[in-house]
Design a protein around this ligand. Sequence first.
Ligand SMILES: Cc1cc2nc3c(=O)[nH]c(=O)nc-3n(C[C@H](O)[C@H](O)[C@H](O)COP(=O)(O)OP(=O)(O)OC[C@H]3O[C@@H](n4cnc5c(N)ncnc54)[C@H](O)[C@@H]3O)c2cc1C
Length: 105
Amino acid sequence: MKEVNVDVAVMGAGTAGMAAYRAACETGVRTVLIESGEFGTTCARVGCIPSKLLLAAANGLHDARASRRAASKARMRKARMRLRLISAACLSTCDANATTSSTAS
Ligand SMILES: Cc1cc2nc3c(=O)[nH]c(=O)nc-3n(C[C@H](O)[C@H](O)[C@H](O)COP(=O)(O)OP(=O)(O)OC[C@H]3O[C@@H](n4cnc5c(N)ncnc54)[C@H](O)[C@@H]3O)c2cc1C
């Protein structure tokens, strides 16, 4: 095993460990950073950042569904309005026809 002489040994290269390592290095002392697990902080690998991406994706999906529902409601309103106009036009044509035929007879 290799022996290393240092002034400061920081355990864990997480958010806190990296900040501690940087701070110790800035003072000019011999410093070592020891990491036993995966590279990258918990925040960057599995914590804050990926969870916010997941939340952003879920929010995007939620918004897309909501706007599709709103668009579909607007389409239904338009179709109902068109139907009402067509019915009104039919009724007035029927009335006119009835008046004409009753006058004619
Ligand atoms: C899902 C999730 C979402 C989160 N969201 C947020 C958020 O939105 N906002 C927020 O502020 N915080 C959030 N956090 C918390 C944030 O990730 C942690 O508070 C932060 O990462 C802690 O930093 P740390 O330096 O203490 O530990 P870590 O970043 O976990 O680093 C510790 C490091 O030490 C190493 N280690 C442990 N034991 C040893 C050992 N004996 N020898 C050598 N190395 C060792 C580990 O392998 C690890 O790399 C979230 C956490 C999770 C899990």
